[in-house]
Design a protein around this ligand. Structure first.
Ligand code: IVH
Length: 711
């Protein structure tokens, strides 16, 4: 029997089909569990859908082999797994990525330019392996471990204290630590322990794991701590959260302090001076990678001096003072079966390569992104050649690569294996979902469906976005559920407002939901309760949830902070006209909002259909205005709009801006009647004049530093 994973459904014999259905059942069950457990999805949505389609195709050909609990029949949410939520007192961030030595040099350049350091000024970093596990934060009060939590979405994780207590590397009590100490690091599993675990699991008919990372995640996130105790989990400490007293003056000394307190720290952590030394250490770690005994996926560099780390601060989700230098992607060859077109939330037609499944770096890949029509044709956005100009065709033999968690891509095409009679791929000029024209605007690489909300694909994607984690995040109502509701004729959800009217639909329809497979009485009522709970919602989430093109989570935050409450925001969007007038200028003046984003926002509010849909939604909600974050309490500049002009001598413009923002100020690039304060250095010109004529308060750099208490 050939490997059933790679056989086309049409060519399968009954034994192949049976084996493949068993594999898919296991894969889908694991993917479902991992998805609902949320911190360790093992398949992308596209891969999940593809696996499910393959499952259905096989069942259709061999109906007698269909499993009683087939994934095909499951619509409802998996039972929520019952870990309590923990709000992180200090957010758990992720890291920016560098993929080659030049990216590392750029990183060093950005650090230096932010701090105003010359290229040859001494600057020390530490370099350490990037452990491929999952991050965990441990809170100690008066030397005792009182809480352990996963990262979750960075702001809120899951309480896994009972499980963390079962990990030998994690001390229950420590002496000589600050009264409050949050230790952060990575939970992982050694490769040998992973292999042995899989063998035990296999022998018992239990579930096996795709790689050590999944095994570590699955083992930590067990409702029964007894199971965690049986799993050989380990922990490396590499960072900290809240501390009542500083651990040390440098990253290296802080790590040494954690080691002295009894935590395992990575022995390959070293101080390095300058980029060439960083890269040399990276090469050294890369050489040792195969013999370490645990998975690593790169090297992390961090600015050593903690005072400099503090000055550098954070971008929205990553520190400016650290970066992950990733190992090169893993590669594999396989056959491209067909090219599918997916229609996204904003109408973009995205081509996806459906592949004969192949393992790339421990993960089964069955889809790869093809970006856009130029990419398929072998051209980049400027018309230059990629892959030596080779186009991609259905039936081609292609080289797939994965870098980290990103969607797999196609690196190369083997023309010698191209089947005869293939043709260049012709990109559709009509939306495959609704038939509307698909138009490519001047300068845009992407073709878009012009159907707007009448396009079912756009509507479904908008709904999925609406319920996503950074948006409404309704428990029990994920992407799969909203999609099912969208297609449901008895209880349809066609736009966000419909979610909030679900429970008040006619009694018969509701009774049907309660009796539906995979739902049942309890979960239907739980769902309605979860929906009701989300009526009261913070303004930034609402703005982000609208799914307006170019408006991401970070922009939604900035906009919400600027307007403060929904009514002011809505009034401003209604009043604004792209390209002119005070309301437009005000929008553009928000730091981080450019003309493209502003135009997209304003146009959305002026489209009748979109606007009506927004209005229906807002009528269902109780939107909470933005309050200045507590860390800016007592800040003399919180909520003030400030403008920096002229040259600064004590810090760079970038640092000045970041500091002001951290203290709750809005930093604007131009002076208007709304400006509260202008900080003018030597050489200040027209902005200072304008401030003077408007009577805006103006101070110099030293006065600014005195005001914010930094002298
Ligand atoms: S530092 C503020 N150091 O990588 C910086 N992270 O891609 C916080 N990771 O969520 C992270 N090894 O789970 C740091 N030596 C290391 C790491 C490491 C693995 C993970 C961590 C983080 C993710 C970011």
């Amino acid at each position: 029997m050939a490997d059933p994973q790679t056989i086309a459904v049409e060519e399968m014999g009954e034994d192949d089909a049976r084996a493949e259905l068993a594999r898919l059942a296991d894969l889908l069950a694991r993917a479902n569990a991992a998805y609902h457990a949320e911190d360790a999805p093992i398949l992308s949505d596209a891969d999940f859908d593809a696996a499910k389609r393959r499952n259905t195709a096989i069942e259709t050909r061999f109906p007698a082999l269909k499993h009683a609990d087939s994934a095909t029949d499951q619509i409802g949410a998996a039972p929520s797994d019952g870990f309590a939520k923990v709000r992180h007192r200090v957010r758990m961030l992720s890291l920016g990525n560098a993929f080659d030595a030049d990216d590392v040099r750029d990183f060093d350049g950005r650090v230096r330019s932010f701090l105003g350091l010359a290229p040859d000024a001494p600057l020390t970093y530490i370099a350490e392996p990037k452990i491929d596990g999952l991050s965990l934060t441990l809170r100690y009060e008066n030397g005792r471990l009182i809480e352990a939590a996963t990262r979750g979405d960075g702001s809120e994780g899951e309480n896994v204290t009972a499980n963390a207590r079962k990990i030998d590397d994690i001390p229950q009590n420590i002496t000589g630590a600050p009264d409050i100490l949050e230790v952060r690091g990575e939970v992982y599993m050694d490769q040998a322990d992973f292999a042995a675990l899989n063998q035990r699991q296999g022998a018992r008919g239990g579930k096996t794991f795709a790689n050590p990372r999944n095994a570590a995640a699955g083992s930590l996130r067990q409702l029964d701590p007894g199971i965690t105790a049986e799993r050989p989990l380990k922990f490396f400490a590499y960072a900290w959260g809240e501390v009542s007293a500083p651990l040390a003056a440098t990253q290296m000394a802080a790590i040494e302090r954690l080691a002295a307190l009894g935590f395992k720290t990575n022995p390959l952590t070293t101080r390095v001076d300058g980029t060439e030394a960083m890269i040399a250490h990276y090469d050294k770690i890369a050489e040792q990678r195969a013999t370490l005994g645990y998975d690593i996926d790169g090297v992390v560099y961090k600015v050593d001096d903690l005072a400099l780390q503090e000055r550098l601060g954070y971008r929205s989700t990553t520190p400016r003072w650290a970066i992950a230098h990733k190992f090169p992607a893993e590669l594999a060859w396989t056959r491209l079966d067909v090219i599918d077109i997916q229609v996204g939330r904003t109408g973009a037609l995205s081509p996806v390569a459906r592949l004969i499944p192949v393992t790339v770096g421990g993960v089964v890949v069955s889809n790869a992104t093809l970006h856009n029509e130029d990419y398929i044709a072998g051209r980049d956005s400027k018309g230059g050649e990629i892959r030596g100009g080779k186009d991609i065709r259905e039936g081609d033999w292609v080289q797939v690569y994965r870098a980290g968690d990103v969607i797999p891509k196609i690196a190369d095409v083997d023309l010698s294996k191209r089947p005869e009679g293939t043709r260049r791929y012709v990109f559709p000029d009509a939306c495959p979902e609704c038939g509307s024209d698909a138009i490519r605007e001047e300068g845009d690489a992407v073709r878009r469906c012009t159907g707007g909300l009448i396009c079912p694909a756009q509507a479904v994607e908008k709904l999925k976005h609406f319920v996503s984690r950074a948006a409404f995040d309704i428990e029990g109502l994920g992407a799969k559920q909203v999609e099912a509701f969208y297609h449901d004729d008895t209880l349809p959800v066609r736009e966000p407002a419909d979610i909030f009217t679900l429970a008040s639909r006619d009694a018969q329809a509701l009774a049907k939901l309660r009796n539906r497979d995979g739902w049942g009485e309890r979960s239907a009522d739980n769902l309605f309760a979860a929906i009701d709970e989300r009526r009261k919602i913070a303004l930034p989430r609402v703005i982000f949830a609208l799914g307006i093109r170019h408006v991401g989570e970070n922009a939604a935050n900035l906009i919400a902070r600027h307007y403060g409450d929904w009514d002011s925001f809505e009034r401003a969007m209604t009043a604004a006209t792209p390209g002119e007038g005070a309301a437009w200028e005000e929008l553009l003046n928000i730091d981080g909002v450019g003309a493209t984003m502003a135009a997209s926002l304003v146009t959305t509010f002026h489209q009748d259909r979109e606007r009506a849909s927004i209005d229906r939604l807002i009528a269902e909600l109780d939107i909470q205005p933005v309050v200045a974050p507590s860390s800016t309490d007592g800040s003399p500049v919180a909520g003030k709009t400030v403008v920096f002009t002229g040259s600064l001598e004590k810090m760079t413009r970038a640092e000045a801006k970041a500091t002001a923002e951290r203290l709750g100020a809005k930093v604007s690039g131009s002076v208007s009647a709304k400006t509260d304060l202008v900080i003018a250095g030597p050489g200040a010109g027209s902005k200072a004049k304008k401030a003077e004529s408007l009577g805006v308060e103006m101070i110099d750099e030293d006065e600014w530093l005195a005001l914010i208490g930094e002298t």
